[in-house]
Design a protein around this ligand. Structure first.
Ligand SMILES: [Fe+2]
Length: 184
């Protein structure tokens, strides 16, 4: 579960980043290449004090919180800030589109999975990688093969900026599917 705050005001730094992302997305390249280019654009802004408004850095004691920072009118991409209080985490999920995630503050722990055959023809999830992403680190991916779970395993608030190749303000979430399969 998460809560979502719709886009309202944004900072001039975020507005400049959105303009640059638009130019990259409008090239119409393959999803994984677009994600790579957007990641390169996002990285220099991470950690900048004027990237987010104070409201966009507020968490929710119940769930990690999603602030929509921008949604492109044609649905081509959207930008959100995810705010994680200590211990908050996602379910195991994959995504509706390509995605770029950059850590703005704190640390995020990510476990990646792949689907594998289980007993009796059922599927199961096999962990493939544990990654800790620190301030300024960026990762990008495109479906398929993008199953993961993200957690703030630190004692301080974590904030990450995510860019998706879809309109998250309309969909409400970037999650395509939630996995409740057994894991190894
Ligand atoms: Fe995700």
């Amino acid at each position: 579960m998460t809560t979502t705050t719709p886009a309202r005001t944004t900072t001039s730094r975020m507005a400049a980043l959105v303009r640059d992302i638009r130019k990259a997305v409008d090239r119409g390249l393959a999803p994984d290449i677009t994600a790579y280019l957007v990641g390169e654009l996002l990285a220099p802004h991470l950690g900048a004090e004027d990237l987010l408004t104070p409201e966009q850095q507020e968490g929710d004691p119940e769930h990690y919180r999603q602030h929509v920072l921008h949604a492109e009118p044609d649905g081509g991409f959207s930008v959100v800030a995810l705010v994680w209080l200590p211990g908050q985490e996602t379910c195991i999920h994959d995504h509706v589109s390509w995605c770029v995630a950059g850590v703005h503050q704190g640390e995020e722990s990510e476990r990646r999975y792949r689907l594998a055959p289980g007993t009796g023809g059922a599927a199961r999830l096999v962990p493939t990688e544990d990654v800790v992403n620190g301030p300024g680190e960026v990762c990008g991916f495109a479906p398929p093969g993008d199953i993961h779970r993200v957690r703030n395993s630190c004692t301080d608030k974590a904030i990450s900026i995510h860019v998706y190749g879809a309109d998250i303000s309309r969909l409400g979430t970037s999650i395509r599917r939630v996995y409740t399969l057994p894991t190894d």
